[in-house]
Design a protein. Structure first.
Length: 733
């Protein structure tokens, strides 16, 4: 190749072979959490053990130097209603109402005024709690009581628990018992005072009502005297209507109505009789006529003459003197009969009419007298009714007062019984609190040992996650996936993790320890690069000493081991190192002193700058003499043309460049190479530096196909550790 190679242009900024970045992880998975715990297992165990010891030590110190005993007693709380002592019954009160009353009692026990009363008692002032712990300070003792004295109501039981915690059993029991006695006495005294006040008020009311009863009786007597009636009582409706005045008035009204009805009927009959006297004979009069003896005698004579006349007429004929005599006599009888009938009819009609008129006059006279008597009785009845109204009003007042007086007397008797009833206080102290046998639960080892252990465990787990969160190194594949969004091409373990590679040159571990796990890791990375189809490969890093040169050399050795023709191009004009890894022989040093800078300056052809490495299939192009303007040389057309020309003769071209974050040389080379691999040191590379490195290369259009994690140490619980063990077992058969 001649110097005209400089006319070749560089490739486009973006390459088709670029691999897309992986998705960003959202958070820790359960498996990752388990790995974190396994990596910090010893710290967790030690911190948990320290927590166990600390809990035990705290328990011992508290039990020895700060003992606490709690004494308690129970105060029975009766239903809040006032029971009737004269009635034997089981009073049912709503549970919520009873519980609310017990809560009220518990709150009363914890009142500051009651604590002040308690501190005035001699037994309380003589306790060690008051003399030694409180040093006789009433204010301090009051504050301690408000914090340590307890009173709470049972929801399902009829009791209020009263408790006190002190350094000695005797003090705890004394304080509880004194408080219980004080409260029961005060509360019972208050209840009895209330009942005594009620009793006094009831007796005053009794006197007032008795005076009103006397006044009502006097008013009733006055009504009787004024009315002049002794039997004025109206106890019942039936008896009330049996009063003589009422009975007389009722009878007169009934007689008056009856007589008025008789007069009305008689007047109607009189009219009818008048019509009968002047009119035709009716059937009734006819019946009276037929019963007349004379008419009956005449009818008999007429019938006898008629029979004799018929016989004579048939025997002698009409002209016979006897027949004519009988005929005349028969006619005379009939005429007399008719006259008698008329006479009787007239007499009957006149007699009925006159009798009716006389009877009507008598009845009207009686009716007028009845009206006078009825009006007199009605006046007496009205006077009786008015007297009864006044009497009823006074009697109602008297009855109300008597009923109220009876009720008040009953209440007075009940209050007297309640004063002597022990249940009146509504609170009963069943028994005094005994001295406690054991310390409080806060001084029990079952609390402190588990609590210390749990606290140590929680603290250790928190520290483990804190260490993981604060550690911003790129150490694991999950870190690469979560933070860098870059494809991981391979992980190169730390040489201390592999016994076969521990004493070898790390720059040539693939050749010197081919069976080591480190060498196998480089070969896996080589396979991933071959699958990516890259021919010219830039190997760079964000910072110096991240392992990029070791990665570039070992990748070249691994590729050459597959009968590939490989060229390592040392483009690190700042700190070249390939000449130290593959030193020149004495013959090469005299025959060829050219390098990459010599070619870019036009001092030689590229063939003259290439030398053998001593490894079959691998050749090297050193940097040559260090130029004053390395960036301009690397950005020249001759550099781009050189890479394109070398790809015709080599299967793989690996370019070793300076760090990306220190100088701009790697950015220029990234545009010229087909692919770029970024080396990240697991023990030194920070996440921010790694992300900036990838961003800088992507910004200039470099085809970053992935990254290599260098110097990875096996962590407990990690996949890499298991892989290393499996590989070692596999080699050992």
């Amino acid at each position: 190749m001649n110097n005209s190679i400089a006319t070749v242009t560089s490739r486009p900024a973006l390459s088709v072979g670029r691999m897309p970045p992986g998705p960003a992880a959202t958070g820790l998975t359960a498996k990752e959490v388990l790995h974190i715990l396994r990596r910090h297992m010893w710290m967790i165990l030690l911190t948990t053990l320290c927590g166990f010891i600390l809990g035990g030590g705290t328990w011992y110190c508290l039990r020895t130097f700060m003992p606490r005993y709690t004494a308690q007693t129970f105060i029975e709380v009766l239903p809040p209603i006032q029971e009737d002592p004269t009635v034997i019954t089981n009073t049912q009160v709503h549970k919520d109402l009873q519980y609310g009353y017990r809560v009220t009692i518990a709150n009363k026990i914890k009142q500051q005024t009651l604590f002040q009363e308690l501190l005035l008692r001699d037994k309380v002032r003589q306790t060690e709690w008051f003399q030694r712990d409180m040093q006789g300070d009433t204010t301090r003792a009051l504050k301690d009581l408000m914090k340590t004295f307890g009173a709470y109501a049972h929801r399902d039981g009829d009791f209020v628990t009263v408790s006190m915690t002190a350094r000695t059993t005797q003090d705890a029991a004394t304080l509880v018992n004194e408080m219980a006695l004080l409260f029961v006495n005060l509360h019972g005294g208050q209840e009895k005072e209330t009942i005594q006040e009620q009793l006094i008020r009831l007796r005053d009311q009794q006197k007032d009502i008795e005076a009103e009863v006397d006044a009502s009786n006097r008013a009733l007597d006055k009504v009787r005297i004024d009315a002049g009636i002794t039997d004025i009582s109206t106890d019942a409706g039936a008896y009330r209507n049996q009063h003589p005045i009422v009975t007389e008035y009722t009878d007169l009204v009934a007689q008056e109505k009856e007589l008025e009805l008789g007069v009305t009927q008689l007047e109607a009959n009189l009219k009818n009789l008048n019509e009968l006297a002047t009119g035709p004979v009716n059937e009734q009069i006819e019946n009276q006529i037929e019963r007349d003896p004379l008419l009956i005698s005449l009818a008999t004579q007429i019938a006898m003459n008629q029979g004799a006349l018929s016989g004579l007429l048939a025997r002698f004929g009409e002209d016979h003197p006897e027949v004519r005599r009988l005929a005349e006599a028969q006619t005379a009888l009939e005429e007399r009969r008719l006259e008698r009938r008329k006479e009787i009819a007239d007499q009957v009609r006149r007699a009925s009419y006159m009798d009716a008129r006389q009877l009507l006059a008598e009845m009207k006279e009686r009716l007028a007298r009845l009206v006078e008597l009825r009006e007199e009785a009605e006046a007496r009845k009205k006077e009786l009714d008015m007297a009864r109204v006044k009497y009823d009003r006074q009697r109602t007042v008297l009855d109300d007062n008597l009923e109220l007086l009876r009720t008040i007397k009953e209440q007075v008797e009940k209050r007297k019984l309640m004063l002597d009833d022990p249940k009146t206080a509504k609170v009963l102290l069943k028994a005094l609190a005994p001295e406690p046998l054991d310390m409080t639960a806060t001084r029990h080892w079952l609390l402190w040992f588990p609590a210390g252990t749990f606290f140590g465990f929680v603290l250790s787990v928190a520290l483990a996650f804190l260490v993981e969160v604060t550690n911003d190194l790129v150490r694991t594949p999950s870190d690469v996936a979560r933070y860098l969004r870059c494809t991981l091409l391979g992980m190169i373990p730390d040489s201390d993790e592999d016994d076969l590679a521990r004493d070898t040159d790390l720059f040539q571990v693939v050749r010197q320890a081919p069976y080591s796990f480190v060498s196998e890791s480089y070969r896996q990375c080589r396979t991933n690069l071959e699958l990516a189809g890259c021919k010219s490969l830039l190997v760079t890093s964000g910072d110096a000493d991240d392992g990029k040169t070791s990665t570039a050399v070992n990748l070249a050795l691994a590729m050459a081991a597959k009968d590939k023709k490989v060229l390592i191009l040392d483009a690190n004009f700042r700190q070249p190192y390939l000449q130290n890894i593959f030193p020149r022989t004495a013959q090469d040093a005299q025959a060829n002193l050219y390098g990459l800078s010599s070619f870019l300056l036009g001092q030689c052809r590229y063939q003259q700058a290439i030398r053998p490495s001593g490894v079959e299939g691998l050749e090297i192009m050193d940097t040559g003499l260090l130029p004053p303007n390395p960036l301009e040389l690397l950005a020249s057309r001759r550099m781009a043309a050189l890479i394109n020309e070398l790809k015709k003769f080599y299967d793989h071209i690996i370019i070793d460049s300076p760090p990306v974050l220190l100088v701009s040389d790697a950015k220029v080379l990234g545009r010229l190479a087909d692919s770029t691999v970024i080396v990240l040191h697991a023990a030194d590379t920070r996440r921010g530096a790694a992300m900036r490195t990838i961003a800088e290369m992507n910004k200039v259009g470099a085809n970053v196909i992935g990254c290599v994690l260098f110097g990875v140490r096996a962590m407990k619980g990690g996949y890499f550790r298991q892989q290393l063990k499996s590989y070692q077992r596999y080699l050992n058969g």
